[in-house]
Design a protein around this ligand. Structure first.
Ligand SMILES: Nc1nc2c(ncn2[C@@H]2O[C@H](COP(=O)(O)OP(=O)(O)O)[C@@H](O)[C@H]2O)c(=O)[nH]1
Ligand SMILES: [Mg+2]
Length: 238
């Protein structure tokens, strides 16, 4: 609970069995609910999650086996957000990189500034590899030019929002493109109630299976296409 409001943590999770127990045990007490959603994990992620569920009442292990080109990151978030029952919803990777312990500080800033959706920015951060920084910067520029939104971290995977904005997010992207989509749709729906707040990224547990170049290119095309083709579920009238 934070200031009398309940808080859910939603985490997409694929093949993270080797450290899932440690990760869940480190999650601070103010989270009332922790939801992990696996897509077609080929290791013991679901078995480990089911075991955690038996001893940790606030933990839920869900599965959503839809994928787009083998990726289900977006579907996992959609399923987790749908299932989340709290007043405040926090989304983050299940790899220990995002500082979920900072949520009380960020929530208080949201309240002070009347913000309903925060995208947590990892930049500027000199520790992040130059290639990754360059890719994110190129996408930030594309978003500024096409949408008029100036952001530092178009690919941040940590967001905090109130349950009442979920209906306005119109999430449809099942793969990695959910990450830019959630920010762009939140900005479109909420205007000045959408903000970025700074966090510091931490070391990952385990290895990423991400192909940054391929994913980056898919983002580049999706961001441009989304600007001109309405894909957020609101179909234009004939
Ligand atoms: N449910 C689900 N989670 C995924 C999938 N791919 C990656 N993830 C999770 O999404 C998060 C981000 O993936 P990660 O490998 O850390 O990518 P990076 O943060 O871009 O390096 C991690 O918690 C992964 O376990 C997927 O296809 N389905
Ligand atoms: Mg990650």
């Amino acid at each position: 609970m934070l200031d009398g409001r309940t808080v859910s943590l939603v985490m997409p999770c694929r093949n993270e069995a080797s450290f899932l127990e440690v990760l869940i045990d480190e999650i601070p007490d103010f989270f009332d609910e922790i939801i992990c959603v696996s897509n077609k994990s080929t290791d013991d992620t679901v078995e480990v999650g089911t075991r955690i569920q038996e001893r940790v009442p606030r933990f839920k292990m869900l599965q959503d086996n839809r994928t787009v080109n083998g990726i289900g990151y977006g579907y996992a978030h959609m399923t987790g957000i749908d299932a989340a029952e709290s007043d405040i919803i926090v989304c983050a990777d299940s790899d220990g990189t995002y500082p979920v312990e900072d949520v009380p500080r960020l929530w208080h800033m949201m309240q002070d500034k009347d913000i309903s959706f925060v995208s947590c920015t990892r930049y500027p951060d000199k520790q992040i590899p130059a290639k990754l920084q360059l890719g994110v910067r190129a996408l930030n520029i594309e978003i500024a030019l096409l949408y008029g939104l100036r952001i530092h971290d178009s690919l941040s995977g940590m967001w905090i929002f109130t349950k009442d904005v979920v209906a306005q997010l119109h999430l449809t992207e099942g793969d990695w493109n959910l990450s830019p989509q959630i920010k762009l749709n939140a900005y479109e729906a909420l205007g000045t109630k959408f903000k970025e707040l700074k966090i510091t990224q931490k070391m990952r547990y385990g290895e990423t299976k991400q192909n940054y170049f391929k994913t980056g290119l898919r983002h580049l095309f999706w961001i441009a296409r989304n600007r001109f083709v309405k894909r957020n579920g609101i179909q234009p009238c004939d």
